[in-house]
Design a protein around this ligand. Structure first.
Ligand code: NAD
Ligand code: SER
Length: 320
């Protein structure tokens, strides 16, 4: 790859993944973009940034020409909780944004597109435990509907236009650098900040809501590995199950108590509980392991230790 365009770079994943790609491919070869200009100083100062709305196909085409782009990591999206509040917006940004990226990529013969999918492709009829790679995809959220459609559309473009579109079904991604953008798994980020700041957290999911999760360093590792994988080995190109561990809010609270023993948690489930209930408990990611060598590094306790240390450092530096 010579030059890679990132869309949605200001979000939870883009703010870290774009920097990781700059380390690998060179600062000037990774073009960051977002419809929002609120991006981190690190991102803005380490390489090119373009204000880009993925709903503007001409602007995408102009950016690709201007920077001589040959690959796109397309992260711009509306996530599950915001999407259920405004399903028309989720459809518009997720579907039309992806169609614009795929179409410009087809017209300009780009080498590769990576667009994340999500465990939200699953629905109430999907087997909940160790969910297979190939299974029932009938989600009940608009976010899930868009993610299934994008996977299928990517397959269509690969098959009929000989393109190289790849994607992975992320579980909930947990991180401490950039706040998440409005998903159902956001509790698993907020809980750590509240644990450090006030030793308590009021959770919007039930204590026993089991969901697959992953720490950001593993998310970066999985995405980079899939981006770099040999195309000939990819049999499930647009939607690989990937996971690190499955946990409930009660499990996360117990893990935090190993470091902050007097941490307390209360539960007041809201509309996001229905979304979580429609998803699966755990995923079988053997296809990713076999086809491109996926293996996570972090389990729950290792992540908890690292994330609490990082948030404590951040809090201490604020005081000083
Ligand atoms: P986020 O909500 O944190 O960030 C999304 C970014 O997209 C934001 O910076 C926003 O400004 C930008 N955006 C929104 N509309 C846009 C538009 N019209 N044009 C350009 N940019 C626009 O999301 P994220 O968590 O970083 O997710 C990145 C990708 O990973 C998405 O495809 C998401 O569905 C997927 N994903 C994320 C998770 C997770 O837990 N974070 C889990 C599964 C899948
Ligand atoms: N973390 C995402 C969400 O909750 C899953 O795709 O929306």
């Amino acid at each position: 790859m010579k030059r890679i365009l990132f869309t949605g770079c200001g979000g939870q994943i883009g703010s870290e993944l774009t920097l990781a790609f700059r380390q690998i491919y060179g600062n000037d070869n990774v073009i960051a973009s977002d419809v929002s200009d609120k991006i981190s100083t690190d991102l803005r100062e380490s390489g090119p940034f373009v204000h880009l709305d993925v709903l503007d196909k001409n602007a995408i085409a102009e950016t690709i020409d201007k920077y001589n782009i040959d690959a796109v990591v397309h992260l711009a999206a509306i996530l599950s909780a915001v999407g259920e509040k405004n399903p028309q917006l989720a459809w518009n940004v997720n579907i039309n944004g992806s169609v614009n990226i795929f179409e410009v990529a087809r017209e300009k013969k780009l080498e590769r597109i990576l667009v994340p999918s999500s465990m939200a492709v699953f629905g109430p009829d999907t087997p909940k435990e160790n969910t297979p790679q190939k299974t029932v995809l009938i989600p009940t959220t608009m976010y899930g509907v868009t993610k299934v459609a994008i996977e299928l559309l990517g397959n269509y473009y690969n098959l009929h236009y000989g393109m190289d579109i790849r994607g992975l079904r992320y579980p909930g991604i947990i991180s401490h650098k950039t706040p998440p953008g409005g998903g159902t798994t956001d509790y698993a980020v907020a809980i750590y900040f509240d644990a450090v700041k006030q030793k308590s957290y009021d959770c919007f999911l039930r204590a026993d809501s089991m969901l697959p999760m992953m720490y950001m360093p593993d998310c970066i590792k999985a995405t980079t590995e899939l981006f770099q994988a040999d195309k000939n080995k990819l049999k499930n190109a647009t939607g690989y199950n990937v996971t690190a561990f499955s946990v409930t809010p009660a499990d996360v609270a117990n893990s935090i108590r190993k470091i902050i023993p007097d941490f307390e948690i209360t539960y007041h489930p809201d509309f996001r509980q229905d979304i979580a209930d429609s998803w699966v408990n755990s995923m079988d990611d053997n296809s990713a392991r076999e086809e491109w060598g996926w293996q996570p590094d972090f389990n729950l306790d290792a992540m908890t230790e690292d994330i609490i240390k990082e948030i404590q450092l951040k809090e201490t530096s604020k005081v000083i």
